[in-house]
Design a protein around this ligand. Sequence first.
Ligand code: TEU
Length: 535
Amino acid sequence: QDNTFWWRGGVIYQIYPRSFMDSNGDGVGDLPGVTERLEYVASLGVDGIWLSPFFTSPMRDFGYDISDYRGVDPLFGTLDDFKRLLERAHALGLKVIIDQVISHTSDQHPWFQESRMNRDNPRAEWFVWADPNPDGTPPNNWLSIFGGPAWTFDSRRQQYYLHNFLSSQPDLNFHNPEVRAAQLDNMRFWLELGVDGFRLDTVNFYFHDQHLRSNPALTIDATRTMGAPKENPYTWQRHVYDISRPENVDFLRELRALMDEYPGTTTVGEIGDDTPLERMAEYTSGGDKLHMAYTFDLLNSPRSPDYIRGVLQRFQQFAGDAWPCWALSNHDVVRSATRWGSEECAFAYPRVALALLFSLRGSVCLYQGEELGLPEADVPFERIQDPYGLPLWPDFKGRDGCRTPMPWDDTPLAGFSTIEPWLPVAEPHLPLSVARQQEDPESMLNATRRLLRFRHQHPALFDGDMELLELGEALVAFTRERGSDKLLCVFNLTGQPQTAALPEIREALQEHGFQYEVSGGTLHLPPYQAAYFRL
Ligand code: TEU
């Protein structure tokens, strides 16, 4: 069976290894812990996993700051542990995608240590160095995504270096062909080990403007909800010259040529940009660049059917033959059950939200705990770890609330560890634990399994052409068409019952688990329910 295109429409379960399963009782999740729980992951009916970074790192940004691209951090285990994980996943029919954070390194990486020594060492041009202005200020107005200037002065080299994130994450100079070759070579190392692909961190940040032009003045476009929370003013700089450079497209072709040497592998690039869907089209069309693009459109989505319709409209308008990988939650944003849900509706909102996610053209990333309907955890200030959140507290509470340990059972440490973990177990998560939900056919966990089976039974849901329908203000509705199969999908994301006039239907699809009524051509959709028909 040709499995080359497994990723097209695939559902990928994102594992944040620090918080998934601690096998050695040090309070931090690890690779053997992941391996131990792969059977559970496979039982969901997903196609593969994406592992957030487990590479050697000083952990300033919890692994998104890498000091050895080919090493496993001892906190997570050994390379042999990774090989065992890979083997077990493959035996269970799960593909394995790993994170590649190639845009920046850790400041502890030997490349940076060498580069900062002076201006004429062999790696002098591997990072982005620039002289201060005559008054000592940074070379231009570029801002870090995590706040403050994107430049830090290095006292040894007597120059500024660029960092789009923390100052401990110096930005590599991708204009230098040696840098590109070195990173592709690091990626080949993992391909040779047998991984099935890469999630590419900050894929639109690889290149910078070589003229170092200042970005246009800060403008706040309140109609867009891209990027981090509004409380962080730095998000609102319009990055024109420092990210998403046109040179990137050529590099993505180089990268694709490497991937094509390993058939059946895939790439999903994370795009943080003002116009992400347009960028997605640029990066994934034509079959010679990225396989999939991952944007923040639904990750930062507010609770509004209008907003979702807007995203889908823009997708229709700009995406062309682009292939998205949609997500509602990840390790960087407030969990969708909290962003959209409310106390009263318990599983109702997360369930209909997942149904919508699983019915969109493209692939999907499901974040650990999303299948349990976990709300965002309330992490007290004393326990905050995120270097992004700390300085902005309490306006922006950082990303710890979506990174707390996975609740495996309802004991105080949630079956995650045998000691107090690096982030506290969220008490409200205990009644939602895997053990508790496993046996209940009506649980969110079993609803997720049902919805994943439903998606696999109806390939039009992930592969079909999509047409948006106007069935009323409060509803999100579209058709999905593949060959002679034409499906109508209607979602009520609100807490009120909704009605809609239906077109002529051939058959109501079963086994998704939602409840509704049709009478005299009118669909009656109770709060947080969905309906699927064959036209
Ligand atoms: O996140 C990238 C990131 O923060 C941006 O995409 C940002 O959200 C967006 O541009 C908003 O406009 C990745 C990782 O997922 C995150 O955990 C890391 O901290 C970050 O890169 C740095 O490596």
